[in-house]
Design a protein. Structure first.
Length: 278
């Protein structure tokens, strides 16, 4: 599936950009499906007014977040709730949908389980791919929040490290609306942090005090249908969206079932919903 040049880029840079990986019509279908579901949803049920903010880990203690690994839940933009009330309609207030649409929603299942994604995982050396986490990220106009610099291994820990991220531009992602940025080559850095469960909450272990290489981040402006494959140790970031355009993206995180998945990872699955492959 991957060319020699793409495999070399993976080794050297820790990411691969694949233009036109997905039919733009499939992106439109997913977007319309998500927006229709949100338009019909009631934001006041089941903790649905929970804000997601990656610069504060305040949400992390939240039961709503910690029990979302095998559900489809929405998390709101920081600026969308004032005094416990939405300041805008739900479809324009949501930061992300997460974390198991790929197993619970047939439209996401179809988007996530394709020969292309399976082939990429195989080419990148994943012996037994398991689809662990899905997120649909909205980057809403004007209030879409920053995603702070991190690597996915921090949050989805396996021993040895095995997670890869598939990031899809569901809409054009530009400098104006908060495209993804990556730090090429820094997937080889020592692991800086690990986020894990502790008691009823979570903690962030600092394993290496080296600062995130924010000076070396480069933007990936991406047209609709572009797929970016990210090494689990690659630092990446996205800016707040201060423009008047949304920047919808879908991300899927896959681990190797041959690696150990420690029980203190934040993301847990019910025993009747085991991880599945492609
Ligand atoms: O889409 C973004 O802004 C960030 C996505 C991300 O950090 C991820 O998929 O791990």
């Amino acid at each position: 599936m991957l060319t020699a040049g793409q495999l070399a880029a993976w080794e050297r840079d820790g990411y691969i950009v694949m233009l036109d990986a997905v039919d733009p019509a499939a992106c439109d279908t997913l977007r319309e499906h998500v927006m229709a579901d949100l338009a019909a949803a009631d934001p006041s049920v089941d903790g649905g007014l929970t804000v997601f903010d990656t610069t504060e880990q305040g949400h992390a203690q939240d039961e709503y977040f910690l029990t979302s690994g095998d559900k489809v839940r929405w998390f709101l933009e920081d600026g969308a709730v004032v005094d416990g009330q939405l300041t805008r309609p739900l479809p324009l207030a949501v930061n992300k949908l997460a974390h198991a649409m790929h197993d619970l929603d047939p439209k996401f299942d179809e988007f996530s389980r394709t020969p292309l994604l399976a082939g990429v995982a195989t080419d990148l050396g994943i012996a037994d791919p398991k689809l662990l986490q899905s997120m649909y990220i909205f980057k809403q106009p004007s209030i879409g929040g920053e995603v702070s610099c991190h690597c996915d291994h921090t949050f989805l820990w396996t021993e040895p490290q095995s997670v890869i991220g598939y990031w899809f531009a569901i809409e054009d992602a530009t400098l104006e609306n908060g495209c993804l940025w990556v730090a090429p080559g820094h997937h080889r850095d020592p692991v800086r942090t690990r986020f894990r469960r502790e008691g009823n909450g979570t903690t962030m272990d600092v394993l290496d005090t080296a600062p995130w290489p924010t000076d070396e981040l480069v933007p990936i402006e991406a047209t609709k249908g572009t797929m970016v494959v990210l090494h689990g140790s690659l630092p990446h970031w996205s800016a707040p969206n201060t423009s008047d355009m949304s920047r919808h993206a879908y991300t899927l995180h896959v681990i190797d079932g041959a690696a150990d998945y420690p029980v203190d990872n934040w993301l847990h699955r019910a025993s009747d919903m085991p991880l599945r492959g492609f």
